[in-house]
Design a protein around this ligand. Structure first.
Ligand code: NAG
Ligand code: NAG
Ligand code: NAG
Ligand code: NAG
Length: 184
């Protein structure tokens, strides 16, 4: 009896292994870094509230910096920023970036972003949820796109961030190269 069962289960295990390895290589192929399933560039505009420019400001300081180091450690800003297709502040917004960032490094400027891109236009309806470290000294930074809803159902990818202009805390603009590697 044993002689018959053993080769059979061996064969089954082999078959399963073969199937699993093929599945793994198929998944790997679809995640080609150079070949996102969807890609677009948007510009993020942030105007920090100065206490009186209510009509113009798009973000506000919620907690002030602490005295831990000289790089604004602990400062928290919440934003509701327009996202445009080109780098003009007054271009029509195609989405809003809603979320926050805070400074989190004692020895240099560094912050952490977490926000949702909310799309509500005839072209796109849905959200993309994005988070990551903004290492400001680096020319480009990669944030993770951890999920999506609506037109971006279950999407995942990378948002490559580049500072387009920085006019002190008052106004800064980021270029966001949105690359999705999972589209459904
Ligand atoms: C805030 O900004 C507005 C518009 O740029 C300016 O007119 C105003 O004087 C500023 N207020 C303060 C307190 O800096
Ligand atoms: C942060 O500090 C400034 C200047 O000291 C003050 O005017 C402002 O109210 C503070 N903001 C918060 C959120 O504590
Ligand atoms: C989306 O846009 C429509 C039409 O302008 C508006 O009625 C609706 O309230 C918006 N929804 C959200 C979640 O902003
Ligand atoms: C709004 O803020 C932007 C960026 O700081 C500035 O260029 C523009 O002049 C401001 N507009 C008004 C009406 O204050």
């Amino acid at each position: 009896m044993r002689n018959i069962v053993a080769p059979k289960s061996c064969f089954l295990v082999l078959l399963l292994l073969l199937f699993a390895s093929q599945l793994a290589s198929a998944t790997r192929k679809s995640l080609n870094k150079e070949n996102p399933c969807k890609r677009f560039v948007l510009y993020y505009h942030d105007i920090l509230f100065n206490g009186s420019d209510v009509a113009n400001a798009t973000s506000a300081t919620i907690a002030n910096e602490t005295k831990l180091g000289n790089f604004k450690f602990g400062k928290l800003v919440v934003f509701d920023d327009p996202m445009t297709r080109d780098n003009h502040l007054h271009s029509p917004a195609v989405a809003r970036a809603q979320g926050f960032y805070f400074y989190d490094m004692k020895s240099d400027y560094n912050s952490w972003f977490a926000y949702t891109l909310v799309f509500n236009s005839t072209e796109h309806k849905g959200t993309l949820n994005i988070m990551g470290a903004d290492i400001m000294a680096a020319q480009t930074r990669d944030f993770s796109i951890v999920g999506g809803t609506g037109d971006f159902f279950m999407a995942r990818g990378i948002a490559t961030i580049e500072t387009d202009t920085f006019q002190g805390a008052k106004y800064f603009r980021l270029k966001m190269d949105i690359k999705l590697y999972e589209c459904y």
